[in-house]
Design a protein around this ligand. Structure first.
Ligand code: HEC
Ligand code: HEC
Ligand code: HEC
Ligand code: HEC
Ligand code: HEC
Ligand code: HEC
Ligand code: HEC
Ligand code: HEC
Ligand code: HEC
Ligand code: HEC
Ligand code: HEC
Ligand code: HEC
Length: 261
């Protein structure tokens, strides 16, 4: 009797097990993409709002190709589908990407090497012309959202009230701010921010230098100082130049030429 009931118990356990297995495999087999939202709300919502290619080109089941209790770990590795570029060798994809809204990238911490998997040009500039900007991370400036471009004036004052954010790029490149190269269209008033004396002398001058732009003489790059003869050659009799080698002995300075007429 005892033996018989034990066998019966075993039989019913086996039966139960196979029923459970059948039920779960049936559930697993039956689960369709439309079922997911019956029990999960957040992920389907995120995919609907911002799934990008993960919405258009694939669906839940392409990534989660199983479900508990049959499959305990149904979370895919990104490398399953993304391979073959430097970017895909980064350590922690999920630190920046939520797979359900893959393009809403989060930029936390200090990032540079990560950015360099796609942008190399800017870092080449930062390295070629070392400055305080070389020392900070990329997202120190390009913060919060990918592609964000800050105004210089978020961190720096203008040199004078004649200047706005739009003028900074005249003399500074963001990734090489100490190069200080400027075009020949640069207005005198920009230089006046720091060279009030030169500016006001030239403004007051009654000579033809009044109409010559700062950057015609101090061309292309900050602190370039020309010789008078670069533009005028040696205009007087050789004897005069031999006796008075400095033009300034008769003409004073470029900003404040003596009016000899
Ligand atoms: C009948 C309800 C139900 C349905 C339908 C359902 N899930 Fe789940 N899912 C759950 C439950 C319950 C958990 C466990 C949640 C927990 O432990 O916090 C879960 C967990 C998960 C997890 C987390 C990983 C894990 O194993 O814990 C993923 C991923 C998942 N489901 C994806 C899906 C996808 C994709 C679909 C549609 C194909 C789907 N689910 C359909 C109830 C469901
Ligand atoms: C591109 C692949 C991909 C697609 C498509 C995708 N998921 Fe996920 N899902 C993941 C990854 C990866 C995780 C693990 C995220 C983590 O650990 O932060 C995850 C996590 C989950 C979780 C568990 C969340 C938690 O907090 O544990 C659920 C539930 C889930 N996904 C449901 C879905 C549903 C439903 C869909 C379709 C509407 C879907 N997923 C589409 C890759 C995907
Ligand atoms: C089942 C395959 C699959 C998995 C797993 C997968 N992806 Fe994708 N993902 C795609 C496809 C397909 C595209 C569109 C083509 C492409 O860009 O390669 C895509 C595109 C993307 C895009 C660009 C979206 C757009 O619309 O331009 C990002 C970002 C992305 N995936 C991140 C991830 C991350 C992070 C993971 C891991 C959490 C992951 N993917 C896992 C298939 C997958
Ligand atoms: C430091 C943050 C960060 C990390 C970590 C990161 N990504 Fe990205 N990923 C980005 C940014 C930013 C983009 C550009 C998004 C855009 O174009 O709007 C991007 C774009 C993508 C794209 C679409 C464009 C392309 O060039 O393929 C895919 C796919 C992708 N990442 C997958 C991954 C995978 C897989 C990992 C892990 C191996 C990963 N990402 C790790 C920030 C990150
Ligand atoms: C997966 C490749 C990828 C990664 C990683 C990536 N970017 Fe981008 N980034 C792009 C693409 C693609 C664009 C849009 C095309 C363009 O303007 O060059 C872009 C655009 C930008 C722009 C705006 C350009 C403009 O003219 O409006 C900035 C700024 C930027 N990225 C900074 C960063 C920073 C900082 C990081 C690191 C935190 C980073 N990116 C990581 C691919 C990437
Ligand atoms: C997110 C803040 C931030 C932004 C935006 C920013 N800078 Fe800077 N910059 C700094 C910091 C920090 C330093 C180093 C400390 C200082 O000089 O104030 C610096 C230093 C400089 C220096 C001196 C560099 C050196 O090595 O001596 C110049 C020039 C400069 N910035 C110009 C600019 C210009 C022009 C822009 C816009 C294209 C800009 N900055 C945008 C933060 C910023
Ligand atoms: C001090 C702030 C600062 C730092 C640090 C910085 N950038 Fe920029 N970046 C800017 C500014 C400002 C612009 C806009 C430049 C313009 O309008 O000429 C810019 C423009 C860009 C652009 C748009 C294309 C271009 O070259 O104009 C990309 C891409 C970019 N930065 C990537 C990076 C990467 C990658 C790093 C790190 C290696 C980085 N930036 C570091 C301030 C910064
Ligand atoms: C006409 C050219 C010119 C313009 C326009 C210009 N700068 Fe400068 N900037 C300079 C020069 C030259 C220096 C170097 C001064 C020195 O050697 O001490 C400098 C230095 C700086 C410095 C380093 C710290 C300091 O004050 O000496 C910062 C920061 C700076 N500029 C930010 C800006 C910002 C922000 C703008 C736009 C509002 C801007 N600059 C517009 C020429 C210019
Ligand atoms: C942000 C302030 C700033 C701006 C703007 C600025 N400078 Fe300067 N400049 C300086 C400083 C500081 C010096 C160094 C002064 C010294 O050494 O006594 C200097 C020096 C010079 C010198 C002298 C170099 C030498 O060897 O004596 C010239 C020439 C000059 N600047 C021209 C210009 C011109 C032209 C502009 C406009 C395109 C300009 N600066 C804009 C700050 C500035
Ligand atoms: C970048 C070129 C350049 C440099 C450098 C330069 N000048 Fe001139 N100078 C000019 C131009 C342009 C005129 C106007 C010529 C005209 O309109 O006929 C001029 C005119 C003059 C005149 C005539 C003024 C008048 O009102 O009739 C004198 C004198 C003169 N320069 C002296 C000098 C002296 C001295 C120096 C050096 C301290 C010097 N220049 C440096 C370009 C320059
Ligand atoms: C016609 C050419 C010419 C023009 C225009 C000119 N400079 Fe000069 N500048 C010179 C020469 C040449 C020197 C060297 C000293 C001398 O001989 O006058 C000089 C010297 C300087 C210096 C060195 C210190 C000093 O004051 O002697 C600064 C700063 C300067 N110029 C700034 C400017 C600024 C700012 C402007 C425009 C407002 C300007 N210059 C316009 C030719 C010019
Ligand atoms: C001994 C005094 C003296 C010296 C030194 C001198 N000049 Fe003159 N320069 C003059 C006088 C005086 C005039 C006015 C002549 C006139 O207008 O007829 C003049 C006129 C000029 C003119 C204007 C010519 C015109 O046709 O309008 C230029 C340009 C000039 N000088 C450049 C220079 C240069 C460059 C040097 C140095 C290499 C120099 N000068 C040295 C006395 C001098």
């Amino acid at each position: 009797m005892k033996r018989h009931s034990a066998a019966k118990n075993l039989l019913s356990i086996l039966l139960l097990c196979s029923l459970v297995l059948f039920a779960t495999s049936a559930l697993a087999a039956k689960l369709s993409v439309d079922d997911c939202s019956k029990c999960h709300s957040q992920e389907p919502q995120q995919i609907a709002d911002a799934g990008a290619a993960h919405k258009k080109e694939i669906n839940c089941i392409d990534c989660h190709n199983g479900h508990r209790p049959v499959s305990q770990n149904n979370v895919p590795a990104c490398a399953q589908c993304h391979e073959g570029s430097d970017h895909y060798t980064l350590a922690n994809c999920l630190a920046c990407h939520n797979p359900h809204q893959p393009l809403n990238v989060v930029l936390d911490g200090e990032l540079k090497a990560e950015c360099l998997t796609c942008h190399t040009e800017q870092n080449a500039q930062l390295v070629a012309a070392p400055s305080a900007h070389t020392e900070v991370s990329c997202n120190f400036c390009h913060a919060d959202t990918h592609g964000n471009i800050p105004a210089c004036t978020e961190c720096h004052d203008v040199h004078s009230s004649d200047m706005t954010q739009n003028d900074c790029a005249t003399c500074h490149a963001a990734h090489a701010p100490t190069l200080l190269e400027y075009p020949d269209t640069t207005q005198n008033i920009m230089c006046a921010a720091c060279h009030d004396m030169a500016f006001s002398q030239l403004q007051a001058s009654q000579t033809k230098h009044h109409d010559v732009a700062c950057v015609m003489c101090h061309a292309d790059k900050h602190k370039v100082v020309p010789q008078c003869s670069d533009c005028h050659g040696m205009p007087h009799a050789a004897g005069i130049h031999a006796k008075f080698p400095q033009c300034g002995e008769c003409h004073n300075t470029a900003h404040d030429l003596n009016n000899l007429k």
